[in-house]
Design a protein around this ligand. Structure first.
Ligand code: NAD
Length: 260
């Protein structure tokens, strides 16, 4: 389905981003991976994915909070694959704290990695998409782009900002074959959520197993974590021709969380 297309997925050395990269490669797209981690492990991942799918897979080490590095990553993807047809802004970090104690540098880092980075990459990738009259931009947001939770002020603010950015970009490019959507997952068991379980345990003074049951999955009516494969399947669908009229949407995939 995505043969002769190429995808750039930020934060794809781990968790949801890696699942998105795998699904896009399986659908036929050449993939630029991005994210931090052990260089040898990333190289192994890159080679395994290329061998398993037969597409080209590269990795770019850009720190997405740095505009010049993001621009260089977009340019490198265009150079290697002929364009960025699919852009997924997935890189994210989290920090949990009461608002009055929230460290200023953690607030700034969360805005930079989540909201500002999405702007930097969209800004850099759009001219090429416009030239080709085709593009799919997906911001991997969160239920926290639609509703809030306590102690997550920076993350909730950045994620709500990403939904606003999604809508604005969608309107700007609606007539030129480019869609821009937000996927808003509920809780997914990834390293990022493992970290939250530990910090929520500290903030709420609860053991981790009670945090999973009483804090994390309490908000998710299915009482199950959302699976990475389900999010990846939705992203691949949004890249299809059948999804050409879905734009400016913030799509929940949250086990019923926002139905309450
Ligand atoms: P993760 O920690 O497993 O992966 C995060 C990825 O982002 C890693 O590859 C990491 O190297 C990369 N990254 C972090 N900072 C970066 C930077 N400055 N530059 C480049 N890459 C950077 O997390 P995850 O749970 O897979 O989260 C992925 C996205 O999904 C995030 O935006 C997160 O907010 C969102 N999300 C997660 C959940 C969940 O429950 N896990 C739910 C909803 C939304």
């Amino acid at each position: 389905m995505l043969k002769n297309k190429s995808a750039l997925v930020t934060g794809s050395t781990s968790g949801i981003g890696l699942g998105l990269a795998r699904a896009l490669a399986r659908a036929g797209a050449n993939v630029m991976l991005n994210g931090f981690g052990d260089a040898a492990a990333i190289e192994l991942l890159r080679r395994e994915l290329a061998t398993a799918t037969g597409v080209q897979v590269l990795h770019h080490p850009a720190d997405v909070s740095k505009p010049a590095e993001v621009a260089a990553m977009v340019a490198a993807t265009e150079q290697a694959f002929g364009g960025v047809d699919v852009l997924i802004n997935n890189a994210g970090i989290q920090f949990v704290s009461p608002v009055e104690d929230f460290p200023l540098e953690r607030w700034a880092a969360i805005q930079d990695v989540i909201l500002n980075a999405s702007f930097y990459s969209i800004r850099a990738a759009l001219p090429g998409m416009k030239r080709r009259n085709w593009g799919r931009i997906i911001n991997l947001v969160s239920t926290h782009g639609l509703v809030a939770s306590p102690f997550k002020s920076a993350y909730v603010a950045a994620k709500h900002g990403q939904v606003g950015l999604t809508k604005s970009v969608a309107l700007e490019v609606a007539e030129v074959g480019i869609t821009c959507n937000a996927i808003c997952p509920g809780y997914v068991l990834t390293p990022l959520v493992q970290g939250q379980i530990e910090s929520q345990a500290r903030v709420n003074n609860l053991p981790p197993e009670r945090v999973i049951k009483e804090v994390i999955l309490a908000v998710q009516p299915t009482k199950r974590f959302v699976e990475i494969e389900d999010i990846a399947a939705l992203a691949v669908f949004l890249c299809s021709d059948a999804a050409k009229s879905i734009t400016g949407a913030a799509i929940p995939i949250d086990g019923g969380w926002t139905a309450r």
